[in-house]
Design a protein around this ligand. Sequence first.
Ligand SMILES: [Zn+2]
Ligand SMILES: [Zn+2]
Length: 280
Amino acid sequence: MLTDYHLHLRRDGAEYTAADHHSAENAAAYRAAASERGISELGVSEHIYRFTEALEIWRHPFWERFASDDLAAYCAFVREETDLRLGIEADFIPGAEDRTAELLARHDFDYVVGSVHFIRDGAVDMDDFSVWGSGRSVQEIWRRYFETVAESVRSGLFDIIAHPDLVKYWGDGARRPEGDLRRYYEPAIEAIAETKVAVEVSTAGLRKPVGELYPATPFLEMVLEAGAPIALSSDAHTPGDVGAGYEVALEVLGSLGIREIALFDRRARTLAPLGGEEAK
Ligand SMILES: [Zn+2]
Ligand SMILES: [Zn+2]
């Protein structure tokens, strides 16, 4: 079994509307690309900040710029017009746990992908609202990043922890501490060991400046030791990126002896043997 659960049918630009990409035709293009790559289990997880309801959780100016879609309409579209699992990518916003839980409970998702893109108001992976250059040291940003991931894990809001070392996004020496990075991972790993939440292996990092899988192999080794399962995704925003780089991910997973991946159905998790299927 191969999965791709972290998919965006919608592209990121503010110029696109939901109608541009939330069509049965676009979903079928993702399904066709997945079939070619032997991936049978697919789900869509649009960014929560695309939906007007998200402004109940957070009113960051970045969210205000993008919050235009109707969440109930998205859920109905995925359930009624596609054969994809219904997910959502929800940012962890410290202090807004109750409002986030309440919003998520209104809809019957198969899974919720939890992500940390911001430290307070500063984004780790965007030039807009960037946390870099905010006066904090690189060490402080990395420390705070993984502490926030730990909080997101313990919140219990999420089924999958997305791109767990996104803070390495830029890949340049100036935004990456020196030496062994495992000391930064430890708080997140402790929380993962306590909760056994599924941790995403994402090939998106291969397409970003860093040019590596999320998470780095040492992080993944620590997840294994912690006894938590893996969820596999590409974070594609176009059909061409569905399952992109899976050969790299499968090699790493194989070399670590990972034989199973997580599947989700109405927020219940099962494990399935990991492996590609014959292309259809
Ligand atoms: Zn993300
Ligand atoms: Zn995403």
